[in-house]
Design a protein around this ligand. Structure first.
Ligand code: SF4
Ligand code: SF4
Length: 131
């Protein structure tokens, strides 16, 4: 709890009047992994679920950073990092098309096999999660 509170304080400190719209971004490593640990800790419930990938809504994320260390696939980065910047528009686009997710669901049985595999971008399923 102390860690969360510290991170929240740090994140809020970054969202100053001159530094708006900072966000965290889900990147390629999440594809076909989708462990969903991240959604359980987000204080503003800004994750959205596709068939094999999650995205963060950049307009809802408060840049707290709590989700980043929770991701077993190390897929979440602040948009200040180049690899996250490449995925920012993907997160923005699908956050308007996919359903919100706030609770961890069933993890795909082959998630561990796909973890850390390069070149997964072409495998991104553009469809919303089936529920
Ligand atoms: S914890 Fe990481 S791999 Fe799992 S759904 Fe969240 S971003 Fe994707
Ligand atoms: S940094 Fe992560 S936990 Fe924090 S608001 Fe954004 S998506 Fe949610």
């Amino acid at each position: 709890m102390g860690t969360i509170r510290q991170s929240l304080t740090a994140g809020q400190g970054r969202n100053t009047a001159t530094e708006t719209n900072m966000t965290y971004v889900v990147t390629e490593n999440c594809i076909k992994c989708k462990y969903m640990d991240c959604v359980e800790v987000c204080p503003v419930d800004c994750f959205y679920e596709g068939g094999n990938f999650l995205v963060i809504n950049p307009d809802e994320c408060i840049d707290c950073g709590v989700c980043e260390p929770e991701c077993p696939a190390a897929a979440i980065f602040p948009d200040s990092e180049p690899k996250a910047a490449d995925w920012l528009e993907t997160n923005r686009k699908y956050a308007t098309e996919w359903p919100n997710i706030t609770r961890k669901g069933e993890v795909a049985p082959d998630a561990d096999e796909w973890k850390d595999k390069p070149g997964k971008a072409k495998l991104l399923d553009p469809n919303p999660a089936k529920r």
